[in-house]
Design a protein around this ligand. Structure first.
Ligand code: ADP
Ligand code: ADP
Ligand code: ZN
Length: 215
């Protein structure tokens, strides 16, 4: 299963990707997670990426394209993968096409999660993430059993630096300008599957699975 999860910040890409990796035993490739890990470690790439991320802007194409190209060649991607948060520009989508072509792979589907802008702001301001294992929560829509603690590992739940209202608005603007053209891009390639991302987390998951099983 070779999938892309497409959608604006807060659409539920990470949430759905985590459930799909368990279900199909294939890796989730989140460029956001990889970049945040690089920032934390202070690698040269992380240092370069940080200012873009803090501003809610996209990290330059060549940086993320390099990350994904390398990652897709790893052995654990042999049976498939879920790209979460990549591609985000037409240039990234074109580069992905070349990379997959050279590896002899084809995408099965691009799942587009559609969510209203007002709902996105509420989702992102209430998003919390486990510092230890990275599992995502929402203070209202997907709360942990114990406030501030991860259900899975007991780790501390933290709020991302870029999930502040001002940066959120900037990220949504960037999405509309640079990423939303990919909806038409993949629709033209007959790969796009539109899913109503306003439904409950478990219902969205069921709809994605129903589509993948029917395909
Ligand atoms: P969200 O899940 O809220 O959309 P991500 O974790 O995917 O956020 O991304 C966080 C930030 O990392 C983005 O705002 C951007 O700065 C950077 N980033 C992640 N993926 C990409 C990408 N494919 N291209 C450029 N920048 C990216
Ligand atoms: P993305 O990776 O697309 O930025 P996330 O998966 O991190 O989005 O989800 C953003 C926030 O919204 C998280 O706090 C998550 O718990 C919550 N969330 C995800 N899917 C839904 C949904 N279908 N309904 C309500 N809240 C959701
Ligand atoms: Zn945890």
């Amino acid at each position: 299963m070779k999938l892309i999860l497409l959608g604006p910040p807060g659409a539920g890409k990470g949430t759905q990707a985590k459930m799909l990796t368990e279900r199909f035993d294939i890796p989730q490739i989140s460029t956001g997670d990889i970049l945040r890990a690089a920032v934390k470690e202070g690698t040269p790439m992380g240092v370069k990426a940080k200012s873009f991320m803090d501003a809610g802007a996209l990290v330059p194409d060549e940086v993320v394209i390099g990350i994904v190209r390398e990652r897709l060649q790893k052995e654990d991607c042999a049976a498939g993968f879920i790209l979460d948060g990549f591609p985000r520009t037409v240039a990234q989508a074109d580069a992905l096409k070349d990379t997959l072509h050279s590896l002899g792979k084809d995408l099965d589907a691009v799942i587009s999660l559609e969510v209203d802008t007002e709902a996105l702001v509420e989702r992102l301001t209430g998003r919390r993430t486990c510092r230890e294992c990275g599992r995502g929560y929402h203070v209202k829509f997907d709360p942990p059993r114990e406030a501030g603690r991860c259900d899975v590992c007991g780790g501390e739940l933290i709020q991302r630096d870029d999930d502040r209202e001002e940066t959120i608005r900037k990220r949504l603007e960037v999405y509309h300008e640079q990423t939303s053209p990919l909806i038409a891009y993949y629709s033209n390639q007959a790969l796009l599957v539109s899913i109503d991302g306003m439904l409950e987390i478990s219902t969205v998951q069921e709809k994605i699975l129903a589509h993948l099983q029917a395909a």
